[in-house]
Design a protein around this ligand. Structure first.
Ligand code: RP5
Length: 161
C-alpha cells in the first residue's frame, strides 16, 4: 500500500529521534515513507515535497528538526495536510530552541507540536495513526489495542519496592 504518512527530518542526525515515530507506525501497520528534507540545505526539495504530498496520497506529515527548526512550519505553509512537528533535542540548548521555533506559528498556518525528543517522536507517530484511524477502523482498532496493552503494563508493573 502506498504511504499515508510522510516522516521527514532536517538531517540524518535527527534519525535516532525520528525513528521512534517510524517504530510506532511500523507497530500499527500504518504505511509511511521517510526522508531527509532540510529547510535550509535543500529548500527546493522541501517546497517540492510539501507541494506534492497531498497529490501523492499522503494524509499526514511528521516533520522533525532541531535548532532553528523551520522545516515543520515551512512544510505546513506549502500543504493543507496536517503537519505534526517534532522538536529534536539540540546539543546547545537542549531542544528549547527547536520547540520554540516549531510551536510559535502565526495564526492561519498550524503545526501540531509535540514534546521535545524521543517521547515527542513516539507521540507524533501515535497522533498520525490516530488521525488515519479516524477514517480507517482497522488502524483505529490497532491504536486502541496498543492503548490497552500499555495500560495493562502499568497496572501489572505498578508495584513500588
Ligand atoms: C537541523 O539542524 C536539523 O534538523 C538538525 O536537528 C540540526 C543539526 O543538523 P546537522 O548539523 O547534525 O546535520 O536542520
Amino acid at each position: 500500500m502506498s504511504a499515508l504518512v510522510g516522516v521527514i527530518m532536517g538531517s540524518t542526525s535527527d534519525w535516532e529521534t525520528m525513528k521512534k515515530a517510524c517504530d510506532v507506525l511500523d507497530e500499527l501497520n500504518v504505511p509511511y515513507e521517510k526522508k531527509v528534507v532540510s529547510a535550509h540545505r535543500t529548500p527546493d526539495l522541501m517546497f517540492e515535497y510539501a507541494a506534492s504530498a497531498a497529490g501523492r496520497g499522503l494524509k499526514v506529515i511528521i516533520a522533525g528538526a532541531g535548532g532553528a527548526a523551520h522545516l515543520p512550519g515551512m512544510v505546513a505553509a506549502k500543504t493543507v495536510l496536517p503537519v505534526i512537528g517534532v522538536p529534536v533535542k539540540s546539543s546547545t540548548l537542549n531542544g528549547l530552541d527547536s520547540l520554540l521555533s516549531i510551536v510559535q506559528m502565526p495564526g492561519g498556518i498550524p503545526v501540531g507540536t509535540v514534546a521535545i525528543g524521543p517521547a515527542g517522536a513516539t507521540n507524533a507517530g501515535l497522533l498520525a495513526a490516530q488521525i488515519i484511524g479516524a477514517f480507517d477502523p482497522e488502524v483505529q482498532a490497532r491504536v486502541a489495542e496498543r492503548r490497552e496493552r500499555t495500560t495493562q503494563q502499568v497496572l501489572d508493573n505498578g508495584e513500588l519496592p
